[in-house]
Design a binder for this molecule. Sequence first.
Ligand code: SAH
Ligand code: SF4
Length: 346
Amino acid sequence: MSTNLLSLDEAGLASLVKELGQPAFRAKQIHNWLYDKGASDLEEMTNLPKALRDALAEAASIGSLTQVVEQQSADGTRKRLYRLHDGQLIETVVMPYADGRRTACISSQAGCAMGCVFCATGQMGFQRQLTETEIFEQAWRTAAELKARGERLSNVVMMGMGEPFHNYDAAVGAVRRMMRDLGIGARHITISTVGLVPAIRRFADEGLQVGLAISLHAASDETRSALLPVNRKYPLEELIDACKAYVERTGRRITFEWALIAGQNDSAQEAHRLGRLLSGLLCHVNLIPLNPTARYEGQPTEEADVATFVEVLGRHGVPATVRMRRGIDIDAGCGQLRDRMVDEQD
Ligand code: SAH
Ligand code: SF4
């Protein structure tokens, strides 16, 4: 297999050009083309001698993801399905916002082992870990494509397929590369986790200003374990303890994600329970009406009940906002596009 240039740092590029009999400054030029200019083709690298471009074309490639389909939603959300070198399929979503922000939602694994019942990725099971480069490449490609349109990738959320803290080193390594090579500020990157307690504690010690989101979805162990099997291993008390330690250590606010599912976790009583659980913690709750999926019968909460939920949380002093569902017409929910493409191939 040829060398993927995106997997090499500047020192790695330097040894590659040396092997090809070229001076070290060529590495800097290639680095500049890849990351400052977002070049996806060696032929674009016009200040490299043709002989070097030809030699590189023999020995190396730029990236390993192949786009299978792209869908565009009425709200501007674009979703891509990528094939990895071994045929695995992953998704990347790009969301434009009216204030100019451009957010990429990227995947950390092919499939997911956590089995959350309402999640299309969880329903497909675990396929394999993504490498650091495969995670990074999703952001790199998005940044390059936006740049070509005169736009800039401003934010990245690791909320696509997979559980980033079940692939900790690759996920955190990819985040560092987005900061270094794509110039995305740590504060504009968010990692979302289902709540792997040891990883949350480890992440608190990284010294990164990266945002942390926790998928909570229920405020009692009984309900949470039924929706998120991982809760049996890391029950609420341990999870909230780790969140408190994280806030203390980093001084950063935590975001709690809550998919509102009619009749499951959307009652005023559940809101009170959540309010009591989070009261006094530096946090914010993101409420998202459930995106229905093929293998789960749950439905999104009615608007009036959403409003009551927000109001009850407010009484506990817990700030909450209802997140717009983006790209709902193109299955932009986690894992849903892959799910449908695979179903159609069956
Ligand atoms: N594995 C990580 C990140 C990927 S999922 C995590 O679970 O946090 C990103 C977010 O989408 C999570 O909050 C997840 O719970 C939520 N999600 C998954 N399926 C959903 C659905 N059908 N409707 C609404 N939110 C969903
Ligand atoms: Fe995995 Fe997150 Fe989906 Fe749960 S919600 S199955 S952790 S991707």
